[in-house]
Design a protein around this ligand. Sequence first.
Ligand SMILES: [Zn+2]
Length: 224
Amino acid sequence: MRSEHLTISRHRGARCIRARVSPEGIRVTAPVRTPAAAIDLFVQTHWDHLQQTFEELSRHMRHITWEPGSQVPYLGQWYELERSCGACLRGSVGIRAEKLVVIPALGGNRSLGEQVAAWYRQQAKSHIFGRCSHYAREMGVSYEAIRVKDQSTRWGSCSSRGNLNFNWKLVTMPPFVLDYVVVHELAHRRHLNHGAEFWTLVQRHSSRVEEARAYLKSYNLVFA
Ligand SMILES: [Zn+2]
C-alpha cells in the first residue's frame, strides 16, 4: 500500500487528519498528538481514492530538466536544449534552428539551469510588458507597476492600486494564453470582481477565453 509518493507529517496547527494530492505526491498531515495507528487507518481507508487521483494527476505531468538534449517549452513550442560554445556570444541564450542554445559565460559559474531560468524570466518580462502596454491601450485602462514573479499558485494578479503581477511561466505557454492572462488582469482595472461585466470585457479583447482557461487548468510542467 505504501508508495514513495506518500509523505506523512504532523502539524501543530492541524485540527484533523487531511490528505492533499498534487502531481508531486500525496501528503497526509495530522495533528501533533495523533497516534500512528489512526494515521495508518486513515491512509488505508482512503488509499484507493488517493492513489487513483495521484495517478490521474501525474500521468499528464511533465518534468522539465535542464540538461543538454532535453525538450524545453517557449511560447507554446518545444525546443531542444543545447549547450554550445562560441567566443563572441558567451553568456547568451537564444533560439537558433529549433534549438534553445546556451553559450556559457567565460569563467561564469552559473549552471545551465540557472542561465536558462534567468533567460525565461527576462523573456517573460519583455513579452508581458509589451502585451500589457498593447492591451491597456486597446482597453483604455492604465496600470502602475508590473512585476514578473515566481508565484507558484497564481498566473497573475491585480491589486486595487493597479499593480500587476505575473508568473514567468506564462512565457512557456502559447501566446494566446499569455494574452488572455494579461487581458484578465487588465480587466480588473475596471472591475475588481469576476462578475458578468468583467467577463464581457475580457471576451471583447480575448477571443479564446475558454480554451485559455482550460489550458491554464491543465498546465502541468514542473521545472527541475
Ligand atoms: Zn481575476
